[in-house]
Write a protein that binds this ligand. Sequence first.
Ligand SMILES: NC(=O)C1=CN([C@@H]2O[C@H](COP(=O)(O)OP(=O)(O)OC[C@H]3O[C@@H](n4cnc5c(N)ncnc54)[C@H](OP(=O)(O)O)[C@@H]3O)[C@@H](O)[C@H]2O)[C@@H](O)CC1
Ligand SMILES: Nc1ncnc2c1ncn2[C@@H]1O[C@H](COP(=O)(O)OP(=O)(O)O)[C@@H](O)[C@H]1O
Length: 294
Amino acid sequence: MGFTIGRAADLLPFPASDTHKYARGKVVVVAGSPRYPGAAVLAARAAQRMGAGYVEAVVSAPAVLPVRIAGPSLVVSDRGEWDPPVLESGPGRPLAVLVGCGFDAAGDAGECGRLLRLALDRAACPVVVDGGALGLAACDEMRRALRLRAGRGVATVLTPHAGEAALLAEAAGLPGDFLSDPPWRFCERLAQAYSAIVCLKGPDTFVSDGSETYAIDQGGPELAKAGTGDVLAGMAAALSAQRQGDVLCAVTTAALLHAEAGRLAADRRTSIGVIPEDVIDELGSAIQRVASFR
Ligand SMILES: NC(=O)C1=CN([C@@H]2O[C@H](COP(=O)(O)OP(=O)(O)OC[C@H]3O[C@@H](n4cnc5c(N)ncnc54)[C@H](OP(=O)(O)O)[C@@H]3O)[C@@H](O)[C@H]2O)[C@@H](O)CC1
Ligand SMILES: Nc1ncnc2c1ncn2[C@@H]1O[C@H](COP(=O)(O)OP(=O)(O)O)[C@@H](O)[C@H]1O
């Protein structure tokens, strides 16, 4: 249940001296919407800071230029044209897909559903499902798609907050008493119901693959600000790309570093003033702190 800092330290993806950008992991961030373009920038930036060597942001047409300006090192494309044949890690070229941060499922359900289905069907690599895509995942069709992915041996990660977790539980027909379960048990049941790794976010965060569950309790209330979840999703995707063989521990390590970075940001800005961008900025110091436990 406990996840030691030493364990996280061993998973840190320090690059080898002879590496190249693709060897450090590519993350495709399918995120944002005309209403929430900023979520794509937060997630993509966090993936870069978490070590991904190549980050592609697939965003709505009106967001292409603003995202290019916000992140000149991002490769940005129009989601309306996104129709990849297959997305798979090549030898020495790890890949992961993040889908859903900043999806506006109410305003844009058709296009968001298409993007989620494409990601789940075509990505033979870890897929992290966050934000507005979680509501779309809360149905039998998507649960079947997740079961198929698990059968193919590829990990899917769901990152709900309590509200999104309640939607997922209801759609999976989990008994109405699930809310009275201890949160780790609820997280475990959700993971089983969706054949996925579930990262249940809150003041304490739980990460489960349905049999093994870890708790991260280092986070503080400075993280309770719109956009910090997008940062965690980008970090989780980057580490999942780089640690494909152990996505459960990769996501747990991301949650631990996110909590540490929040704490370091609060030391500088106070728990009142921290914004998600500060959490990204402190990620390097959080990595250094965790690395000192190696
Ligand atoms: N800069 C950007 O572009 C940003 C974009 N963002 C993106 O926008 C999209 C929509 O996100 P959002 O924040 O508008 O709605 P969301 O959080 O789903 O809340 C909906 C309802 O859920 C509930 N609820 C919420 N939190 C809860 C909790 N912890 N525990 C329990 N319940 C909770 C609550 O319902 P209530 O309980 O009040 O009935 C709330 O009214 C999404 O894709 C996201 O990624 C954001 O990341 C922000 C920065
Ligand atoms: N009181 C709190 N203490 C510690 N961490 C928190 C607290 N409130 C929220 N968080 C963390 O902040 C993040 C918020 O994510 P989320 O609710 O998805 O926000 P958003 O969608 O606006 O980005 C999660 O990682 C969650 O664990």
